[in-house]
Design a protein around this ligand. Structure first.
Ligand SMILES: Nc1ncnc2c1ncn2[C@@H]1O[C@H](COP(=O)(O)OP(=O)(O)OP(=O)(O)O)[C@@H](O)[C@H]1O
Length: 779
């Protein structure tokens, strides 16, 4: 009997991050039973309320217990920890699996909103995936007369390519998604590893995370741009005593559990970049956009509208999740949100997305108890043997022809029995092989760690940090793009740097043009490394150097996170919180200054990568981060006094334009797409209108400045002045000018140190200046 079930939606709000705390963020979320309200920080009276199946308050009222678990602080606390979330959502997935139903769990939300925390977890706070896997094996160990077959697979979808996270061999272009009448869509060649214990799954997840980290570095992307799909196939096999031993096995149920950690949702439309003409064209995350379209179409169906086409086939993710979304699976979505006012727009869009999912509830997926193709095959063979047996029994022994037929039937019977045996043997054999493989890998790494110094990768995504180790064995290690060295990284040159390990010392020697930074300082000569040195190779590959075992103490490696590396680099380049100035009465930096600082260090590696891509693609551009002073209160009502922008200079024509942070991030995705095509050998000659590096719309050439006299309601503020040589070799000034409305009394809303230029003054000098208007606020 098919069971009718629906899509379940839960929302979870996390605690403030350090950045949000530093920036003095306010919480804009409140929860009451299953309803979640979000307040507009710019218009506090305005509130929007959503109702989902479940709402988890994980923002406050918690404490850390002795094992490091976050638990509720007292009996009145509303805090929902990992245990509560598992109880409501994970347990259901498990129960489904035991009953033979498919189940799918999706986590949706902007980068850093807590998707991985809920799905995978951090340290003692284990998420749904590990607990589901562990719990799955518990009853298994206590049962007799039953065999349970669990296979595990882990894949990543990045830019519509499927990467097998359990396979060391990387297929160019990724694995293919194919369609089969019976199975639907499946990934051809995906490694399905048989498992018989939770420990094994834990190791596989570790291994998968390593490959994910390598892939994320080589593809020049953080994990927040890829979807991770873990699939567990769970098969229950019952043994029954029968007269014929080979017919003992009876496969009862099979369930497929998909656990999906989706890419950061803000990538759908990099908010704040709406005005950008290139935004619509972005295919940065086709899968996430298509998922939204599929959900919308399903929601329309649910509302009784006629929908001719549900676009499952438009992306890899929706192909793989087709049955989960509209068919044979029970589906749960967790919408992860940040509590902070600065994330208001993203939070609202996450909740709207979740609301659309909720509407698809009415679709009522038809969950059906499954039988696998292999089981079907065994059943067919058994059925055939049943027939052969009854024919055999019906035959007498007398006539010769009958004797011949009997012989033939017995042969067929034996053949089928052997086939059944082969299928059944495969499982045990595969299980043993898989176990041997991971044991070997584990032993090899442990031994290396006890012998050699190594480089530990540091990633922006905490899930992917400190998972890769590059051992520096006796002799030399060449860091290169060579895949054999398993260091495939963007902006790492064919010959980048050489590490040498001799006489108990490790040194690094950059090759010509190979960018190497140690502890924030660029190095060009052979340099000795000390235990815990921070090494950045190329534009953005960060590693912590862990010295010889004798040098190690019990230091806390987690202190050297990605932000630490970037802050150190920024400080070495002369940028620090102190330099930004603004302090409060208590002498502490103003939260807005901290926010600008965090933005700056977050954008630094991205700008370095963009410059690297520009160089390789011969775009002749120079990108630089600039901290811009905003008016104390500007037309957008921002109370920030500073903002980070990216200034782009065309080195050939000296044209200059400035991108907002959001626009730069959006453009950077598009640059990466172009760069990936370049790496794949495709033609990357695009016209200027579709060139993500180029931004002619933003550059307004004023042949003369007199147009500004038409409206004296605006003032111009000189941001920066650059002297350049024009095509005739004459010195020319480029003024970066910010235009803001004058306040009503005619005074200008600028800080004391700002140079405010009068349009009239410009008019007098129009012949001497080529003027690029960079931002026209409020116009
Ligand atoms: N419920 C929670 N309780 C405590 N800390 C949390 C919670 N949710 C998230 N965090 C913390 O917030 C940070 C960001 O969370 P997480 O890595 O899960 O985000 P994400 O949405 O998966 O981001 P990405 O898209 O980059 O993978 C982490 O440091 C995590 O420990």
């Amino acid at each position: 009997m098919p069971s009718i079930d629906s899509v379940k939606v839960a929302v979870r709000v996390r605690p403030f991050s350090q950045r949000e705390k530093d920036a003095g963020s306010r919480c804009v979320i409140s929860m009451n039973s299953s309803s979640t309200s979000v307040y507009d920080p710019k218009n506090p009276g305005h509130m929007k309320t959503f109702t989902f199946d479940l709402a988890y308050w994980s923002h406050s009222e918690f404490l850390k217990d002795k094992d490091g678990m976050l638990v509720s602080a007292g009996s009145n606390s509303r805090y929902a920890g990992q245990r509560e979330v598992f109880r409501d959502l994970g347990q259901g997935v498990l129960d489904n699996a035991w009953q033979g139903y498919n189940a799918t769990l999706l986590a949706y939300g902007q980068t850093g909103s807590g998707k991985s925390y809920s799905m995978i977890g951090y340290g003692a706070n284990r998420g749904i995936i590990p607990v589901v896997c562990e719990e799955l094996f518990k009853p298994i160990q206590n049962q007799e007369n039953k065999q349970y077959q669990v296979t595990f697979s882990m894949l990543e979808i990045y830019n519509e390519q499927v990467i097998d996270l359990l396979s060391e061999t990387k297929k160019p272009g990724g694995l293919k998604v194919r369609e089969d009448q019976q199975q639907g869509f499946y990934v051809d060649g995906l490694k399905l590893v048989p498992c018989d214990s939770y420990a094994q799954i834990e190791r596989l997840m570790e291994q998968g995370t390593k490959i994910r980290t390598t892939a994320s570095t080589s593809m020049n992307a953080t994990s927040s741009r890829s979807h991770m799909v873990i699939t567990i196939q769970f098969k229950q096999v019952q043994y029954e005593e029968t007269l014929f031993p080979l017919f003992n096995e009876d496969i009862t149920k099979q369930s497929i559990i998909n656990l999906v950690d989706l890419a950061g949702s803000e990538r759908q439309k990099s908010s704040g970049s709406e005005g950008d003409r290139l935004r619509e064209g972005t295919r940065v995350n086709l899968s996430l956009t298509t998922l939204g379209n599929v959900i919308s179409a399903l929601a329309e169906v649910a509302m009784g509208k006629k929908v001719l086409h549900i676009p499952y086939r438009d992306s890899v993710l929706t192909k793989l999740l087709q049955s989960a979304l509209g068919g044979n699976s029970r589906t749960i979505m967790i919408a992860a949100i940040s509590p902070a006012d600065i994330c208001y727009e993203e939070t609202l869009s996450t909740l709207r997305y979740a609301e659309r999912c909720k509407r698809t509830k009415k679709i009522k997926n038809k969950a059906v108890i499954n039988a696998s193709p292999m089981e079907k095959h065994i059943m067919e063979l058994k059925a055939e043997n049943d027939k052969l047996l009854s024919r055999l029994t019906g035959l007498g022994n007398s006539a010769k022809t009958v004797a011949d037929e009997t012989k033939e039937l017995r042969c067929l019977l034996a053949e089928n029995e052997l086939r059944i045996q082969a299928i059944q043997l495969t499982w045990g054999y595969r299980l043993e092989e898989a176990r041997k493989e991971w044991e070997q890998q584990y032993a090899a790494e442990s031994q290396m760690m006890e012998t050699f110094p190594y480089l530990l990768n540091i990633n922006e995504d905490p899930q992917l940090s400190a998972v890769l180790k590059h051992f520096i064995q006796d002799g030399t290690l060449l860091f290169s793009r060579d895949p054999i060295a398993s260091i495939l990284s963007f902006s790492i040159l064919d010959k980048h740097a050489t590490f040498s390990n001799s006489d108990g010392k490790v040194t690094i020697m950059p090759w010509e043009k190979g960018k190497v930074v140690v502890n924030g300082i660029p190095v060009t000569v052979k340099t000795k490394l000390q235990h815990m040195d921070r090494v950045i190779l190329g534009s953005n590959s960060a590693y912590l150097y862990v010295g010889f075992p004798a040098e190690r103490t019990n230091e806390d490696l987690s202190r050297y996170d990605y932000d630490f590396f970037q802050s150190e680099l920024a400080a070495a380049e002369g940028f620090s919180v102190d330099k930004l100035g603004v302090v409060n009465k208590d002498g502490k930096p103003d939260p807005s200054v901290l926010a600008v600082f965090h933005d700056y260090i977050k954008l630094m590696p991205l700008v370095a990568e963009a410059n690297q891509m520009s160089e390789e693609l011969k775009k002749e551009l120079k990108l630089e981060l600039k901290v811009k002073n905003l008016a104390l209160s500007d037309s957008r009502g921002y109370d920030l006094q500073k903002e980070v922008t990216v200034k782009v200079t065309n080195k050939k024509t000296s044209q200059v334009w400035v991108w907002s942070k959001a626009k730069f991030i959006n453009r950077k995705f598009l640059m990466e797409e172009l760069y990936q095509n370049f790496l794949d050998g495709a033609d990357v000659n695009v016209d200027q209108d579709s060139d993500p590096f180029w931004d002619p719309v933003e550059v307004i050439h004023l042949g003369s400045a007199h147009i500004w006299l038409q409206s004296l309601a605006y003032c111009m503020k000189l941001e920066e002045q650059t002297e350049v040589l024009n095509s005739e070799g004459m010195e020319e000034a480029i003024l970066l000018i910010n235009i803001v409305p004058c306040s009503s009394d005619g005074s200008r809303a600028f800080g004391e140190d700002d140079i405010v230029i009068d349009p009239l003054e410009l008019l007098g000098r129009r012949i001497d200046f080529q003027i690029h208007i960079l931002q026209c606020l409020g116009i």
